[in-house]
Design a protein around this ligand. Structure first.
Ligand code: PPY
Length: 310
């Protein structure tokens, strides 16, 4: 049996389309799962080599189910990311007219991306969430709902037709997907990388978040995502999911992570992996002395002092 990748299914999700853009997907068996949780559990129990799931979109921010799964439970790591531009089609059973539509469905992350369109074109339609956009299409095929927002490519697979295409409230909406596996050596450094971590504060005090962010700022590291998630321990208790520019093998990043490890209750390393946009991280010299050469030079100097060779 070839190694398999689990993904948020069923067939015809945006997740599947994004996964198929990865060259390594061509050599794997791709197995659809009904939820992000079940796809990640397949990895945790060794049923799949990795899982491919949505994690963030440019309209609504983090996909909380995915973040919460990565924050808690048996640790997992991110090895790749993919960005996909998202535009929806309104899929219906053949012959359905706009005026026939009383119920619509899609993944919860789709709703903020089509809210204005719905208000204008189907103000009285009742929205119900589906496990994924393709699952919504499947439910329309079964007659459970009148219409689903999904990729146009899902129409043929579920015997539906696209009544409308190109639906998106925000131009250039993108969703970010990640390939998640069991913990192992991080993806190799490319020079255009991203590091994902989760931080738990040691205690609650004024400026606590600033202290955490300071570990990045003083080392000239730019952040790409900061999302707080409830720890479940009561109102006001949060952990922080952070994406930062750079790779753990960069000295600046390694030092920032060491600083965080010292001051945090807990740090969960979620991986260093190539940025889908391939933009090399720009080191912003907010403070003098944060160039790569200065980090290397300072480390060399300490090593020479330790050896008495200064
Ligand atoms: O992959 C899908 O089709 C999903 O259901 C997740 C999703 C939701 C909204 C936009 C892109 C992907």
């Amino acid at each position: 049996m070839p190694a398999s990748y689990a993904y948020l299914g069923p067939e015809g999700t945006f997740t599947e389309v994004a996964l198929r853009t990865l060259p390594e997907a061509a050599t794997r068996e791709l197995i659809p799962y009904v939820s992000v949780q079940s796809a990640l559990d397949a990895v945790r129990v060794g049923e799949a080599e990795a899982a491919f799931v949505p994690i963030e979109n440019s309209v609504e921010g983090g996909i909380t189910t995915t973040l919460d799964e990565l924050v808690a439970g048996t640790p997992l790591m991110i090895y790749r990311e993919v960005l996909l531009s998202i535009t929806f089609a309104l899929l219906v059973r053949p012959g359905t007219k706009l005026s026939d539509i009383k119920t619509v469905t899609a993944h919860p992350a789709a709703q903020p991306q089509v809210r204005n369109w719905l208000k204008t074109h189907l103000p009285d339609a009742v929205w119900e969430s589906a496990a994924s956009n393709a699952d919504g299409a499947r439910l329309v095929q079964e007659g459970r709902y009148d219409a689903a927002f999904a990729g146009e490519f899902a129409a043929a697979r579920y015997g539906l037709e696209a009544l409308e295409t190109g639906i998106h409230d925000a131009e250039n909406a993108q969703t970010r997907f990640v390939l998640v596996g069991r913990p192992a050596r991080p993806a190799a450094r490319t020079g255009a990388d991203k590091t994902s971590i989760v931080l738990w504060q040691r205690d609650d005090h004024p400026g606590g978040l600033r202290d955490l962010l300071g570990e990045f700022a003083t080392r000239g590291i730019n952040l790409m995502l900061l999302q707080s998630r409830p720890t479940g321990a009561g109102i006001g208790n949060y952990c922080f999911c952070i994406d930062a520019e750079g790779h753990i093998s960069d000295r600046r990043m390694a030092e920032a992570l060491m600083g965080l490890k010292r001051i945090c209750l807990q740090v969960r390393f979620l991986g260093s992996y190539p940025r889908a946009d391939m933009q090399p991280g720009e080191v912003r010299p907010l403070f003098p002395g944060t160039s790569d050469e200065e980090f290397m030079g300072a480390a060399d100097w300490v090593a020479r002092c330790q050896d008495g060779r200064f």
